[in-house]
Design a protein around this ligand. Structure first.
Ligand SMILES: [Fe+2]
Length: 610
């Protein structure tokens, strides 16, 4: 039959009771009193700094130690107090929880002369006591044994500070494996509490024999547990502070990282990387709110297997699918979808993600809903804890600001871009001879760039430069642009101003600064005789050199006010003649190679007879 002897005498605690047996020191008689000699092992304190008190074994010659058993008792208590004192000293100067708990088991084993001791730490997010340190066991049980809150609740509610199990081999079914493997017989568990707050427990085991504890041992043990509880609480607070500082630091980095980005695409991509890196979630997603359609549209996802990524774009969520309350929006609350069944389309999302532990947080700034972040799957974690929630809310706040800024920036950039494209179109209308010129230049330049295997961003930059290279002609008088007769020196100098005028207009749009450089140098010549800066060779930006070849070839093969277009053979000869003088010879060679392949497609030659 199972016997479960719980010590129902609620310990009054060392706070109210002295855990130390009263010891009254005796003195020698006045007649025999000699000048006091400082104790050799306890030098007098000097100045304002006193050495901490120590508990030395009593000299056997003291008059009150007439009985050996009493002397043994006192020696034992003093030893226990010294153990506690040393442990307290260590605990009050240590802030690492692991160090404290590891020190605690060593001290408790020595204090109780125990066979094995484990120390459990209360995990608030999981409502469980979990072994974090142990000594004297044959197997390492760290992180393996847990006592769930449900089992502890009656004990905690009853206000017990400890419980004692005389023969645990007959009682604790949950730990049968541990108990039998370790041949444990008695268990004394003392809870570590701070007020009503549960912080942990110390489990003291005897192996192969029933162990009883004296009243004095219990009182000292509770004093010891109180010291340990304070140390554990300090360590918990220190850990929380460190975590909060880490979160604040990370969020600052997030703000700096995403705040420097102007493109919405770049912002959402960066946010996904940060989520994956910092929150250690398996899957992260951003949905952007479309106010007109009242839909959350999928924007970016991270962590999805490649074959599932296309499915993410089908995850269009309706307003009623997510539907944050006003309070949730204003507080940017993290919502666990599983805890609110029927509110989120979990099945629909789970079919894509293959994950069900889904959390949503709204993206709100200046009272405006911008979308939502959703995360799912916690790498190596069972629960989404408070720290994760605080971090996700912080990310959502920074993300909302960055997304709002990027959206506004893109809208402004878009407006500028539209204006500039209108200007470019106006140039073509103004200079009727250059109609469709930009389109042809784009085709030629892109072909050279592809042959050079330039990256997409460079090709995109080149295309913009091709479209806008003659933008500066907006500042040139129509009579010069459309003049049929040869230009005078003054008129030629005037028209040569157009690269500078064009680049100055483009520099006013931040994102077009790189385009402005290419536009400025598209009339430089390889031998340094061009304008406006007379750059030569590779000092001329490569994209400007490409544009020069494409622009000039199109000019050669187009009618101009002052001459008719050259035919293909003549234009090719002209390119070869000017190679190394006006044009980069390597680029001419590449272009002529591409021209052979694409001249029919470009409408420059009849198709070969079949
Ligand atoms: Fe030009």
């Amino acid at each position: 039959m199972t016997t479960h002897k719980r010590n129902k005498t609620k310990t009054q605690g060392a706070k109210n009771k002295s855990a130390v047996p009263a010891v009254t020191p005796t003195r020698t008689t006045p007649s025999k009193r000699k000048k006091p000699v400082p104790h050799p092992r306890r030098p007098r304190a000097q100045g304002r700094h006193r050495q901490p008190a120590t508990f030395d074994p009593l000299p056997e010659s003291d008059a009150f130690l007439v009985k050996e058993d009493l002397r043994q008792e006192v020696v034992k208590y003093r030893r226990q107090l010294e153990i506690i004192r040393q442990a307290s000293l260590r605990m009050t100067t240590e802030l690492s929880l692991d160090q404290i708990l590891n020190g605690l088991v060593v001290t408790a084993k020595e204090f109780f002369n125990a066979d094995a001791v484990s120390c459990m730490h209360w995990d608030d997010s999981k409502s469980k006591l979990i072994i974090k340190a142990g000594i004297g066991f044959k197997t390492d049980y760290t992180h393996k044994r847990v006592i769930p809150a449900q089992r502890l609740k009656p004990i905690i509610d009853s206000g017990y500070d400890h419980f004692y199990l005389e023969n645990i081999q007959l009682t604790a079914k949950e730990d049968v494996q541990l108990i039998h493997a370790e041949q444990l017989v008695s268990e004394l568990t003392i809870f570590l509490r701070y007020g009503q707050e549960m912080l942990g427990a110390i489990n003291i085991y005897s192996r192969g024999r029933i162990r009883h504890f004296t009243q004095e041992e219990m009182e000292n043990a509770h004093f010891f547990a109180q010291q340990a509880a304070i140390a554990v609480r300090n360590a918990n607070l220190y850990k929380e502070m460190k975590e909060e500082a880490q979160i604040a630091k990370t969020l600052l980095q997030v703000a700096e990282e995403v705040g420097a980005l102007n493109s919405l695409d770049d912002v959402t991509t960066r946010l996904m990387i940060i989520l994956h890196r910092s929150l250690k979630v398996k899957i992260g997603m951003i949905f952007l709110w479309n106010q007109g359609k009242k839909l959350y549209l999928p924007s970016k996802a991270v962590g999805l297997p490649p074959h599932r990524s296309p499915l993410f774009q089908t995850l269009i969520l309706r307003q009623e699918d997510v539907n944050f309350t006003e309070e949730e929006l204003s507080l940017r609350e993290v919502i666990c979808a599983q805890k609110e069944p029927g509110r989120f389309p979990i099945e629909k999302i789970a079919n894509v993600l293959l994950e069900r532990d889904l959390y949503f947080v709204p993206l709100v700034t200046k009272g405006k809903l911008l979308g939502a972040i959703a995360v799912a799957g916690y790498q190596g974690k069972q629960d989404f804890n408070h720290k994760d929630e605080v971090f996700l809310r912080g990310i959502a706040a920074e993300a909302a600001i960055a997304i709002d800024d990027a959206s506004l920036f893109e809208a402004l950039e878009g407006a500028f871009w539209d204006i500039i494209k209108s200007l470019a179109a106006a140039i073509e209308v103004k200079d009727s001879y250059t109609h469709s010129h930009s389109e042809s230049v784009i085709n030629y330049a892109t072909a050279i760039a592809q042959e050079l295997k330039l990256v997409d961003t460079e090709i995109d930059l080149l295309n913009k430069a091709c479209l806008l290279h003659d933008l500066g002609k907006i500042g040139i008088d129509d009579s010069i642009l459309q003049k049929v007769a040869p230009l005078t020196f003054y008129e030629r100098k005037n028209i040569e101003r157009h690269p500078v005028i064009g680049s100055q207009i483009l520099q006013s749009v931040g994102s077009l600064a790189d385009v402005a450089i290419i536009v400025r140098h598209h009339h430089e010549k390889y031998d340094g005789s061009g304008y406006p800066d007379r750059l030569a060779g590779e000092n001329i930006p490569r994209l400007a050199r490409i544009l020069a070849v494409a622009d000039s070839f199109d000019a050669m093969t187009s009618d101009r006010p002052y001459r008719k277009a050259l035919n293909l053979e003549q234009a090719v000869e002209e390119l070869k003649t000017c190679s190394g003088r006006q044009f980069d010879p390597e680029l001419v060679e590449i272009f002529l190679r591409v021209l052979q392949r694409k001249k029919v497609k470009w409408g420059l030659a009849l198709p070969p007879a079949t």
